[in-house]
Design a binder for this molecule. Sequence first.
Ligand SMILES: Nc1ncnc2c1ncn2[C@@H]1O[C@H](COP(=O)(O)OP(=O)(O)OP(=O)(O)O)[C@@H](O)[C@H]1O
Length: 615
Amino acid sequence: MTAAGASPSERRREIARLLPYAGPGPLAAAVALNLVAGLLPAGFIVWTSVMLAEVAAPAAGRPADLAATATALGLAVGAYIAQQVIVPYQAALGEIIARRVDGRCARRLMRAALADAPMAVLEREDVLSGLGDARDGLGRLPPTPGEAVAGALTLIARYTQLAGAVVLIGIMLSPVAAVVAAATALVIRHGQRGSLGRLGALWRELAGPRRRVAYLRGTGTAPTAAKEFRTLGLIDWYERRHRQDSREYLGALWAGRRRILFWPFVGYTLVGLAGGAALLLWLGRSAALGGLGLLEISIVLQAALVAVRFGTFFPESDVQTQYGLNAYEALETFEEVARRGAGETPRGDLPAAGLPRHGIRFEGVRFGYGRGRTVLDGLDLELPAGSSTAIVGLNGAGKTTLVKLLARLYDPDQGRIAVDGLDLRGLDPRDWQRRLAVIFQDYVRYELSAGANIGLGAPDALTDREALLAAARRAGALEVVQALPGGLDTPLSRQYAGGRDLSGGQWQRVALARAFLAVERGASVLVLDEPTAQLDVRAEVEFFDRFLAITGGLTTVIISHRFSTVRRADRIAVIEHGRVVEQGDHASLLRSGGRYAGLFNLQARRFGPGSDGVR
Ligand SMILES: Nc1ncnc2c1ncn2[C@@H]1O[C@H](COP(=O)(O)OP(=O)(O)OP(=O)(O)O)[C@@H](O)[C@H]1O
């Protein structure tokens, strides 16, 4: 990792240490190419000066030497063309070297994060923030839309410069020469941007492999992955996989670049050559015929070079304008999809205040995600107001999907959900969602303070510390909060100064506190998806003792695979094949000896003879 605030000499030493990562071939080629690129302008100056001296010879009393003039002109043109030809090779070599060096640095970072650093070190705040910086720095972030705009503005300077040069050629040499200069510049420029546009398309085409490499690099340098990588012995495999996928991606990228860039480059170089040569010859001829003085020659020569050079790459704008807008285009596409989706979704406007008074009914609900398989298929279910309903079913049965429909994150394809007889689609969705307090299985662990993690259950209570602590107490999270060095103000992430991370069960209590705060602030339907999955047995028992007291009078839905959780509900519904196949209370379902009894007995057996499956 680069030391922060390294001095210039330290930075030079660091670059010297990184140079070998480029590999001997690219390194030698880059040194040679850059030496030549550095010498060519000197050659150009010398040969154009020789040419000028020869042109001025008659004025100095010497006879004009046409052969020497032509040789100097030829060498000057050659030096100029060579400079132009070298530019893209310099850029390509630079890219190869940057990729190789970054690749080696990323592998070093992965190894350091996954294999070398002790876990205790990986949990230190300063180390985590340094690791975050290193990952971001190696992220090869594309230019942003803002950079595209700034880059586009710099084109004003480029085009003004061209216009000035063309006008000067028109005045000093001839209008036709000015047209030749302008046409040469614009044709090359058009070709250059066209190639870059096709490269942009290639970049989009390779989005999948690029994302995979970025993912591998991201997880491989994330401290959270280190535990599993070490214990499973995945480090060597992971490195190989990263190298192989990187090679495949870069192979496809470079092949595409060669295909897109080579022939256009040759073609437009020839156009530049022809246009530049025509202008120089025109100038030489006019000068030889004595029609131009040194001043005019010098002005036209430099203006012609401005025009011909115009067609090449503009580092201050081209990449920015080509790639910077990708994020913006993605944003616009997303907005459009969102707008269309919102337009197709009925948006009711009935107020939801006070609902449900009687109950919520799923009536013949059929639903599938997109074109995927049908998840719920004619599901009928009643959730009486003021009572608790537990939903049981195997993995993938559709329990969470049912909650998503209830929260109006999706609408049924067929059938309806009725709240006190009103179709859910007729209610104002935001208003209805405020009536719900839902904690999903994959609830969000906000990298914010403990207080905010609770307070986001009802944003208007974010600053009400009493309310936050009361919600924490109800969820059994008070001792978690009190043990934090800054209490409610402690950031729940080690990436921040004074931050702490929580255990899975502690996080779950904080998420429950969030839901209880929402209930406290007016939500009347509490939905908990696997609320106790990460709680220890004692915490689970405590949770349910409190839960029954807290939720009395509320409409609650609990999804759980733990029968100790489920059995306490007023009603239990078993979902299978997209429908409710059984419902009733724990005792009646056990008596009936059906699906629920089967699952219950299976779990009970797992925990030994005599166990009632409570865990
Ligand atoms: N966003 C989604 N897009 C496509 N399919 C999905 C999506 N979410 C869930 N599914 C699919 O819908 C089915 C039901 O998923 P759901 O999460 O509702 O099951 P579940 O009963 O809650 O399972 P679990 O007990 O494992 O939590 C699964 O086959 C799942 O793959």
